[in-house]
Design a protein around this ligand. Sequence first.
Ligand code: UDP
Length: 256
Amino acid sequence: MTLKLNQPESRHILGVRVDDVSLEEAINLIETWASTPVSGGRLVVTANPEYVMAARRDPAFRELINQAALVTPDGVGLMYAGRFLKQPFRERVTGVAMTHALARRSAETGLSLFLLGAAPGVAESAAEKFLELYPGVKIAGCWAGQAGLEGDAESIAQITATKPAIILVAYGMMKQDWWSVRNLSKSGAQVSIGVGGVFDYLAGKSKLAPQWMRRVGLEWLYRLWQEPWRWRRIMVAVPWFGSAVLLEVLRKRLRI
Ligand code: UDP
């Protein structure tokens, strides 16, 4: 899982690795990896401030991120943090954008995708949406499965039967990444990407924040409004992340 090809420059946001990569570069890397097998495959992490805060609390998760083939800056909070810390990212690279780009490319190249995760039936609806948007997209299979150890064997059986090049894993932060660490090498696929709530968006089960809110970095507020049960997670991660970034900026200014 560790081999890195044409690795983009990494930034360290509060000590956690995030790569300065554009969407186009990320897709090129993923396509190259999908067609050049290595043992273990390659994990792509879509990071946001919650990931950074989780990695600061959990050394094993920080190590997972450090060992990933690619860590994209998904989350406007990271874009601001990069700017404040004078380590700017060129582009925000979200799981949503990568998923669409890969589906579009799949229709042209035949690169096959497996949709793993989300509630039963959601991945199938997302696949239908893909077929509508990108006729010819190669969906190897869909499987909700279970994020924990108990679901691994059945998920691997489903995936190995369909031989996808890329697995899109939608089990949410940490669960999806640990799923890949446990299973990617057994799956026969070359790349797995943690895509969070992407299938829910595609299936129309949840809505993306309006463009203007995404642009000014208020996506978390929209999510809080739409999915109020998230308040505990969001209200812990966002202010702590912001404060930690400000503290780091001050520390750098005062050279302490
Ligand atoms: N999910 C799942 N099993 C789980 C936890 C989450 O299938 O045990 C799915 C959930 O249905 C959703 C996706 O994971 O489709 C992403 O969840 P979330 O929006 O919480 O992602 P995050 O914000 O953590 O990236």
